[in-house]
Design a protein around this ligand. Structure first.
Ligand code: MN3
Length: 267
């Protein structure tokens, strides 16, 4: 097994959402065969970013589909620049480092249990950070583009699913906002598509070590680490959460939902 194969394997099988890697790879494979991943699945900005989140089996930082200032006034340019070019980049670097360190550790005459445990946690933390930030950035919208306002009511398949499972978009947003506001310390609120029962489920995570839903795929999420909002909103997390709702790119949440659903419901 080559190094690059083992990394690809890791993408497919061990990242925060197992279905995610499989979904991305099947999308990429479908592209290679010059046919749509699924007749029902529209193009997704997040899927493209995920495809660019590794190069030749090495994790890499995907470009944002907008400028750092594009989310102003809701999320400021400096926060976006630091968040993407420093924080997200560090998760990518540290994920690759942990993989390399584990390869070296396997070559030792005896594997040091404490090192193995620390590196295993590094994998979870940094892979979580890499994937979550990719989906987070990809589901926000360019405020400078006509029609790019976002923040409106959800529409399409995800809207219908939210309405039938949560009663209304408002009830979903209230529930999600409360989860995000209640995260203790650093963490995330995450709405997952869960393919076994075809449901949208909301969880919270500490840091970015997920309390994950195996096989689930994040379709809408908010980073509530202080680095995501402190420059503009200081300690007022609630203000940041309500500003963030203005830049949610519902059309992309819907694209992502349709892609993941069409790929994972084949299970
Ligand atoms: Mn972050």
């Amino acid at each position: 097994m080559t190094d690059s194969f083992s990394r690809r394997d890791l993408i497919a099988h061990t990242l925060p959402a197992m279905a995610l890697g499989a979904a991305v790879l099947s999308g990429v494979d479908a592209l290679a065969q010059d046919k749509p991943a699924s007749a029902a699945a529209p193009e997704s900005a997040v899927m493209k970013m995920l495809a660019a989140a590794q190069k030749d089996g090495v994790y890499s930082l995907p470009k944002l589909p907008y400028e750092y200032a594009a989310l102003e006034p809701h999320i400021d340019a400096q926060t976006m620049e630091l968040h993407h070019s420093k924080h997200h980049a560090a998760y990518v670097t540290n994920l690759n480092k942990a993989i390399d360190s584990l390869a070296k550790l396997r070559d030792e005459p005896e594997i040091d249990a404490a090192k193995l445990s620390a590196l295993s946690r590094d994998i979870s933390f940094n892979a979580g950070g890499h994937i979550l930030h990719t989906v987070f950035f990809g589901t926000m919208t360019d405020q400078t583009k006509p029609g790019g306002g976002g923040g409106g009511d959800g529409d399409g398949g995800v809207h219908g699913a939210i309405n039938s499972q949560y009663g209304s978009l408002d009830k979903f947003k209230t529930h999600f906002t409360k989860v995000a506001a209640g995260v203790k310390g650093s963490g995330w609120a995450i709405a997952w598509y869960e393919p076994v029962a075809d449901k949208i489920l909301i969880t919270e995570s500490g840091d970015q070590d997920l309390r994950m839903i195996p096989g689930g795929m994040p379709i809408l999420l908010i980073d509530v680490w202080e680095h995501a909002y402190y420059l503009k909103h200081q300690n007022k997390r609630a203000d940041y959460i309500s500003a963030w709702w203005n830049v949610v790119r519902w059309s992309e949440v819907d694209n992502l939902y349709r892609n993941v659903k069409s790929m994972t419901r084949r299970m």
